[in-house]
Design a protein around this ligand. Sequence first.
Ligand SMILES: Cc1ncc(COP(=O)(O)O)c(C=O)c1O
Length: 289
Amino acid sequence: MGRISYVNGRYLRHSQAMVSIEDRGYQFADGIYEVIAFYNRRFLDAGPHLDRLERSLRELSIPMPMGRRALEFVAQEILDRNDRNDGTLYFQITRGVARRDHLFPKNVKPSLVMTVGGMRSPKPAEFENGVAVIALPDQRWARRDIKSIGLLPNVLAKQRAAEAGAREAWLLGEDGMVLECAVSNNAIVNAKGEVITHPATHAILGGISRHVMLGLARGAGIKAIERPFSLAEAKAAKEAFITGTTSNVLPVVRIDGGAVGDGRPGPVTKLLQALYYDHIFKETGKRWN
Ligand SMILES: Cc1ncc(COP(=O)(O)O)c(C=O)c1O
C-alpha cells in the first residue's frame, strides 16, 4: 500500500497531493495545523487535539471545513488507507484559495489537507539519558496559543539548536522568563519535587501532552505549579524536561552546556515519563518500554 493523503475531499497518492499556489497558507501562512500521534493504529488524545484545532480556527475566524464528526471520519479513513501502525496524523486547514489580497476572501471554502507520516521521536537513548537544550530569545508573534502554520521563528530556533548540538531551543520572553520550546513545552522540578511550567496563556502553545502530564503529576500527588520561571531558576533546578506529542516526557540534562541537577534524569521526570508511557498504553495498547 503506498502513502495516501487527503486534499479537499480527495484521497490521493502522496506524490500527487497538491494545493494551489494561491492557497492562503502558501501566500500568508493564513492557517492552522494539528498533529495527533497514533500507535497500533489508534489515536492518542484525539479529542483534546481536535478541540484545540477547532479553537485555533475560531480564533482566526476560519470556519471548520466540515463538521467534527465528518473530520473524525476522514481522520480514521486516512489512517485506514495508509499502511503504518505507529506514526502521526497531520492536519492543515487554511482560509482557502483566493486571489492574493490581505483581506479575508468572501465565499471561499477553507482548504483541508491530512497526511500520515512517521514519528520523528527522540532516540531511545535520549529518552533514557536526557537531552541538551539551548536558550534563545523568542521571536514569535503574540498569539502563540494558536497553532498557526506561521512557524518561521520556530524553524530558525530549532535549526540553531541543532547546529549547537542541542535537541531543543528553550524560548525566552523579553522579560527573560522561559516560555516553551521551538516544538514542545517544558517544565522544571525544584528542590521540593514540585513541577513548574509556564501557564497556558497567549504566550505559549497549550500542549496536549503538557496538559496530560499535569493531570498525571497531580494524580500521583506531585504538586504542579503553573507559573513563569526564569532561565536562572531553570539552570538551578533539580530536574527539567520537555513534553510534546512525539517527545512524550523527555528529560533535559543540560541547558546552555551546564548540567541540570546532577546531569542525569531525575526521579520526578522518570516517574512522569513512566506515567506518560502508561497513558499511551491505556489509550492505544502500545508499550513504550
Ligand atoms: C511551539 C510548540 N509548543 C508546544 C508543543 C507541544 O504540543 P503538544 O503536546 O500538543 O504536541 C508544540 C507541538 O507541536 C509546539 O509546536
